[in-house]
Ligand binder design. Structure first.
Ligand code: E4P
Length: 216
């Protein structure tokens, strides 16, 4: 399973990249706004900088919801760097635009996936990735991970090439479950990635080794 970081924060992207386990980055309008990135020029420059830090797929989301505008915006985003993947929302015009991008060699990530039916539609349109939002499903009282398992089964039965990108990750355990259930990629906040390091028995064991090392 590939690891992406889900942020537009450059310090966090650098920290994750330094771990040596980072395969890409996902952003969205909320994450970009959080970093104070405003205006076309600043947005494009921010994506360029991210592409310089991480040599992997970088999802850049379109702000339009109309087919022609999504296509125009997506073409410009894709021209920023070969690693840019155009992130398109799961709406009817989004599916039409994904089909156009597929036919024209531009890779896409279909975002805001909350059902297996939506994932099937995006895969049929040729999306490179589908992004089911685990945490947001959990927030409604349902089990987001069930959707990962369901999409994983369907894609394997149908032989779809679209990769399953588990998104809206809230915990380190989400990452483990996504791996178990066959997600191809997990996009995570830095703290969930770093959380994988932690176990109290590791801390206790290390403290004991360090103490005993003084007696060596
Ligand atoms: C994925 O690409 C989205 O940007 C992200 O995972 C959404 O996560 P959130 O539900 O924590 O906002």
């Amino acid at each position: 399973m590939k690891f992406f970081i889900d942020t537009a924060n450059l310090a966090q992207i650098r920290e994750a990249a330094e771990l040596g386990v980072l395969d890409g980055v996902t952003t969205n309008p909320s994450l970009m706004a959080k970093e104070g990135i405003r205006g076309r020029e600043a947005i494009d420059q921010h994506y360029k900088t991210i592409c310089e830090i991480v040599d992997g797929d970088i999802s850049a989301e379109v702000l339009s919801i109309n087919k022609d505008e999504i296509i125009e915006e997506g073409k410009k985003l894709a021209a920023i760097h070969p690693n840019i993947v155009v992130k398109v929302p799961m709406v009817k015009d989004g599916i039409k635009a994904i089909r156009w991008f597929t036919d024209n060699g531009i890779r896409t990530n279909c975002t805001l996936i909350f059902s297996a039916g939506q994932a099937i539609l995006a895969a049929k349109a040729g999306a490179s990735y589908v992004s089911p939002f685990i945490g947001r499903i959990d927030d409604t009282g349902w089990d987001g991970m069930e959707l990962i398992g369901q999409i994983s089964n369907i894609f394997s039965i149908q032989g779809y090439k679209t990769e399953i990108l588990a998104a809206s990750i809230r915990t380190s355990n989400h990452i483990v479950r996504a791996a178990e259930l066959g997600a191809d990629v997990c996009t995570c906040p830095l703290e969930s990635i770093l959380g994988l390091l932690k176990h109290p028995l590791t801390d206790l064991g290390l403290a004991k080794f360090l103490e005993d090392a003084k007696k060596m």
